[in-house]
Every structure is written in structure tokens, then in C-alpha cells.
Design a protein. Structure first.
Length: 219
């Protein structure tokens, strides 16, 4: 479980607020265009995690990039050099919004007793049933148990005090999820959760956990 995070500063102005799938598609296109010496067969490996990009929302489905906006990628240490070279100075087209990745930095993951994820998704039978939060938390609990992590998961709330219910657009389908807080983590389990995440669609930015102190940058 030795992994590092690469953070790329951005040159650009705006992005769609819901850009997780489009970001994945743009990175996948960069991999396919690179050809050799990459050994990924034109796909992003399963053990690579992408985080959606933070920004200032305009309440109309867009975000404005700011000085702290970053593209963040976690990968095994033996892939760092490949991703560093591939993505540096790369221009990504995210649904017509162009961003350039510059000045990459490598960071070590930091353990924290409490972690948050902006969006976690599971395969739920229905998304408008009143019991969905219950089944969602049951899925979180099962996910933590599979990872042998002893901690407590809860659904996060918005600044207005509502449940942090969010959706991810993948092609023509909207996928329901929630913001999640996990508390009571040991250092080892904190790093494990940051690596393995919870739920699906992790190539699209879902299940990306970060220390609570980063919360201000995790729009």
C-alpha cells in the first residue's frame, strides 16, 4: 500500500461542476494518445485514483477555478514517474473547457482520525425511496468491514444543514451518492481508506477521502 499523490496546478478558468466522468474521459484520452512506453493498454489502471477538481460554484452548474484548484491523482509508487511525465503540461478538454496541468508536486498521504469524501456511491436499487440513507450507511459499514477498518461512517451535511446528497452524471445516467464522514480511524486505517476508498466509480472522483483539514479546498 505504498502510494503517492501527484497534484497538478491548473491553467484555465471554468469547469462543469459535475465533471468527474468527463475528467476521467480526458485523462483516458491522454493515456491513449501517449502510446509507448505506457503499459496501460489504453486504459487507466484500476489502482489509480482521480479526484474531482475544486472550484467556486456559480450555482448554475459551473465552477470557477482558483489558485488552490488542483488535479489530484493517487497511484502506486512504481507508477509515479509515468504519470508525472505523461500529465505534466498536458491540456485536457473537459466538455469544451480547456485546462493545462502545470507544476506537478508529489505529496505523501497524511493520516487523520477523521476523513471526508465529497461523494461516495454504491449500487442502490432505488434513489428516491425514503430508506435510501439507511441502506447507503449499511453499504458504508460493509465496505469498511471488508477493508477491516474499525471506524464509524456517517452521512455529511451541507452548510444549510441538509443531508449532503449529490449526484454524478455518467453519460445519460445520474448516479446518487452522499458526502461521507468516517471518524475514529487509526493512522494505519486512515491511510488504508485514503488508498482503497469506499464504493464505486473511483475513476470518476468518487470515494476519494481526505483529512478534514483539507475541507476548505474540497469543493
Amino acid at each position: 500500500m505504498n502510494f503517492l499523490e501527484i497534484q497538478f496546478q491548473l491553467r484555465g478558468k471554468t469547469l462543469p461542476a459535475d465533471h468527474g466522468y468527463a475528467l476521467y474521459s480526458a485523462v483516458k484520452q491522454a493515456v491513449q494518445n501517449a502510446g509507448e512506453p505506457l503499459t496501460f493498454s489504453g486504459n487507466i489502471p484500476a489502482d489509480v485514483r482521480l479526484c474531482s477538481i475544486s472550484g467556486i460554484p456559480d450555482k448554475d452548474g459551473m465552477i470557477y477555478l482558483h489558485r488552490g484548484s488542483r488535479l489530484r491523482l493517487r497511484c502506486p509508487v512504481d507508477q509515479v514517474q509515468l504519470w508525472y511525465q505523461l500529465m505534466q503540461n498536458q491540456v485536457l478538454d473537459i466538455r469544451g473547457h480547456l485546462i493545462r496541468l502545470v507544476q506537478p508536486q508529489l505529496t505523501l498521504p497524511q493520516a487523520s482520525e477523521t476523513l471526508k469524501a465529497r461523494l461516495v456511491t454504491f449500487k442502490l436499487e432505488a434513489i428516491d425511496h425514503p430508506d435510501v440513507p439507511y441502506y447507503f450507511l449499511e453499504s458504508c459499514k460493509k465496505g469498511l468491514n471488508r477493508l477491516e477498518i474499525n471506524a464509524q461512517a456517517s452521512i455529511d451535511s451541507t452548510p444549510e444543514g441538509d443531508l449532503a446528497r449529490r449526484t454524478l452524471q455518467v453519460k445519460e445516467k445520474k448516479i446518487l451518492g452522499y458526502g461521507v464522514v468516517v471518524e475514529g480511524l487509526s493512522d494505519q486505517d486512515s491511510l488504508k481508506l485514503q488508498w482503497y476508498g469506499l464504493g464505486g466509480r473511483q475513476h470518476f472522483g468518487c470515494g476519494w477521502f481526505y483529512p478534514v483539514r483539507e475541507d476548505a479546498d474540497a469543493a
